[in-house]
Design a protein around this ligand. Structure first.
Ligand code: ADP
Ligand code: MG
Length: 706
């Protein structure tokens, strides 16, 4: 593909069973009925599913497909699939047919016993079902396994509990749809039929050379470096951010785009990120569940295509200490089926009452459930970003910007907003440059939840995480607020007066969540504490947010999670943390014992040989350099050994905990500091030991030589 030219419009969506294909290949009445199912949530009849399945199969076979799979998103965080071929049982004449029934399309039954369920099912109750999500189009994926028809599905247990991230996401989309429709109806909108959350996730990632990657056991086992001294140069020159893209990377990005376009993923923006070897890809936003599916595909594709280019794509949130980590900015808005964005302020937001109500509702929702939002961004890798030394704090606040901040301030102080600040014109002082119209508001890159024009951008999500969880939370908590508002306004005698009062009340009651300053400054941490905003530094601290009374109440009320599902998800989160740290600690022990300590011993041996050899040749020769290095490295070697012993000792205790929670806390409070203590002398040794003797590529080799 890299040498031939192509037209993007021709290849876009060529492997997707999209609306155009459906229209072409389905009988008119079937197409119409399927559209009703997709657009209005009508029930899907088996007869219809049969016809759709057959058309889908024929189409997929023309694309070379031999197999189909129900593609789902269990709670492991990655996607899962089990492939079945289309072949039927051989006939009497020994021939086979290619078959695919409606039943096979809409329902699958993977043996689900090995997926995390957080105690929802015992392993002997293994039945799990996948159900077709017809709102996210099926696609054919081509790879070394040939071509496979992939059917996006939701994954539930025998008793109907969600075992995946998609089911609650779809439930939350229904919740916000119902409640948002009530709100817009109050404002006289009778034409919109649905309200849909839209999501545009910006994906950050690192690329490293595959040959070097293979020499780093830490990257192989854990996705991040467990050791590594800072190179002489880091990101301080800011010369990588938006820098021109090197040939090797450009070729990779081109292939990724082509692969994604074929799958109907609208990869749009690409650039170098802050850290060396760090990049970003953003698609055009889509309806939330499709955006989540597309983001999973994007992560898969980044990895796959990197392999073809002799590189490895690191999606870990913090592959390298000391340089920027990777996140995923979750851009979110709510739009009606006829294209009205409820987060569009217009030119004069102070006059846009519906917008102000939606805005203050979101402020209230985020303030009430800041802990849930923070939890939704928690994963073991993200613990190295949120609340860690070099990254934003884990405090949720809302950035409104100058214009909206001013409108809300007017509302709070006088109950009335009478003006909106305007952006004006940008004066560059150069007559040949065009006169630009400025936005009314500058950006704030440090805010975790920022209003950016006509959407909110939730910036805490980890780069390797599914964006399902944050959107489940956002949709549900905003649905709750909309519901409260609609309950009140629907019975108001004087609607205008009631809206006016409500907006003022919401803005006033929840003003503590607004913060327009520098979110990275220490003062903010203190200020947030004074305001009573939660600062949950570790994902382990955030997990209890899932099962508070407040959380259970909101999720149950809108049918998004049952209390049992929430408890199981909390279990899974504790387990995920403990497992990740268990692997990291074991990898550290392995690498320190088998690679680093032996290398340092070789180095010290060569130093002492040098001292003895030089002395043998010239009795009074100056060997102070070697002696000094020998002393220093021997001391650090001793420190390494004693830290290693301590870590090993701690790891013998991991069997003695009764709950996943206690184990996770043990890893966070005891094991993690012991890992840091082991890393410290090793990183200093890396700066002393002969590079040829160091058993793995350095940070410099990894991030500057891709
Ligand atoms: P940034 O300048 O913030 O890095 P990008 O262009 O990289 O912006 O990404 C912005 C993302 O937000 C894109 O995925 C874009 O499609 C998405 N986006 C734009 N408008 C909306 C909207 N109304 N709702 C949701 N997402 C949106
Ligand atoms: Mg971006």
């Amino acid at each position: 593909m890299s040498t031939t030219s192509f037209n993007v419009a021709d290849i876009f969506g060529e492997n997707v069973f999209n609306d155009t294909v459906m229209k072409e290949r389905l009988p008119k009445n079937i197409y119409k009925e399927l559209r009703r199912v997709i657009d209005e949530g009508a029930e899907l009849r088996l007869e219809v599913a049969d016809v759709v399945a057959n058309a889908m199969k024929d189409w997929a076979i023309e694309k070379g497909a031999t197999h189909y799979t129900h593609w789902f998103q269990p709670l492991t965080g990655v996607t899962a699939e089990k492939h079945d071929s289309f072949i039927s049982a051989p006939k009497a004449n020994g021939k086979i047919l290619m078959e695919f029934s409606g039943k096979e399309l809409i329902k699958g039954e993977p043996d689900a016993s090995s997926f995390p369920s957080g105690g929802l099912r015992a392993t002997f109750e293994a039945r799990g079902y996948t159900a077709w999500d017809c709102t996210s189009p099926a696609f054919v994926r081509q790879d070394a396994a040939g071509a496979t028809l992939c059917i996006p599905t939701a994954f539930c247990s025998y008793t109907g509990e969600a075992l995946d991230k998609k089911t609650p996401l779809l439930r939350s989309m229904e919740a916000i749809n119902t409640q948002a429709l009530r709100i817009i109806k109050l404002f006289g909108n009778t034409t919109s039929k649905r309200v849909i959350p839209s999501v545009g996730p910006e994906q950050e990632y690192f690329l490293v050379d595959k040959a070097k990657y293979l020499q780093r056991k830490d990257l192989i086992f854990t996705g991040r470096t467990l050791f590594g001294a800072m190179p002489p140069k880091g990101q301080e020159l800011d010369d990588h951010y938006f820098g021109s893209i090197r040939e090797r990377i450009a070729a990779f990005m081109k292939d990724v785009n082509v692969e994604l376009w074929k799958l109907g993923v609208s990869a749009k923006t690409q650039h170098n990120e802050v850290a060396p070897a760090q990049h970003e890809l953003a698609p055009i936003y889509a309806q939330a569940n499709i955006a989540v599916d597309n983001n999973q595909l994007t992560m898969e594709m980044l990895k796959k295509v990197a392999g073809r280019h002799g590189m490895v794509c690191l999606l870990h949130e913090k592959p390298f200490a000391g340089v920027n980590g990777s996140g995923k900015h979750n851009n979110w808005s709510i739009t009606t089926d006829d294209g009205i964005n409820l987060l569009e302020p217009g030119k004069t937001p102070h006059e846009n009452v519906q917008f102000l109500l939606v805005l203050t509702a979101i402020m209230a929702a985020v303030d009430k459930h800041a802990d849930l939002l923070r939890e939704a961004a928690g994963n073991p890798g993200n613990d190295h970003r949120l609340g860690a030394n070099e990254a934003p704090p884990a405090i949720i606040s809302v950035f409104l910007g100058e214009q909206l901040g001013d409108v809300v301030a007017q509302l709070i102080s006088t109950g009335e907003a009478t003006s909106s600040k305007q952006g004006g014109r940008l004066n560059t002082g150069v007559s040949t440059l065009p006169n630009l119209v400025k936005d009314a508001t500058d950006r704030n890159r440090t805010s975790p939840f920022a209003f950016t024009g006509n959407k909110f951008e939730f910036r805490m999500v980890g780069s390797s995480d599914s964006v399902a969880s944050p959107n489940i939370v956002l949709n549900t908590i905003v649905a709750e607020q909309f519901c409260e508002i609609a309950d009140e306004l629907e019975k108001a005698e004087d609607f205008d007066m009631a809206v006016h009062d409500l907006i003022k009340k919401l803005a006033t009651d929840h003003q503590r969540i607004i913060f327009n300053g520098n979110g990275y400054a220490d003062e903010w941490v203190a200020e947030a504490e004074r305001r009573g905003l939660p600062n949950l530094k570790s994902m382990v601290d955030a997990i209890p947010a899932l099962t508070t009374e407040k959380a259970i109440q909101v999720f149950e009320k809108f049918g998004v999670f049952t209390s049992a599902e929430l408890k199981s998800r909390a279990e899974i989160q504790y387990e995920a943390y403990a497992k990740a740290l268990n692997i990291e600690a074991k990898a550290m022990i392995d690498i320190a014992s088998k690679q680093i300590i032996p290398a340092v011993i070789k180095f010290t041996t060569s130093l002492s040989a040098s001292i003895n050899g030089v002395r043998a040749a010239v009795a009074d020769a100056d060997v102070s350099v070697q002696t000094q290095m020998l002393k220093e490295s021997s001391q650090l070697l001793a420190d390494t050994q004693s830290s290693l012993v301590k870590l090993k000792d701690l790891m013998t205790k991991t069997d003695s905990f009764n709950t996943e929670k206690d184990l996770a806390i043990f890893f966070k409070d005891e094991v993690k500091p012991a890992m840091d203590a082991l890393r410290a002398p090793v990183d200093r040794l890396e700066m002393i030991v002969d590079k040829d003797m160091w058993p793995m590529p350095s940070y410099g080799d990894l991030i500057f030589e891709v």
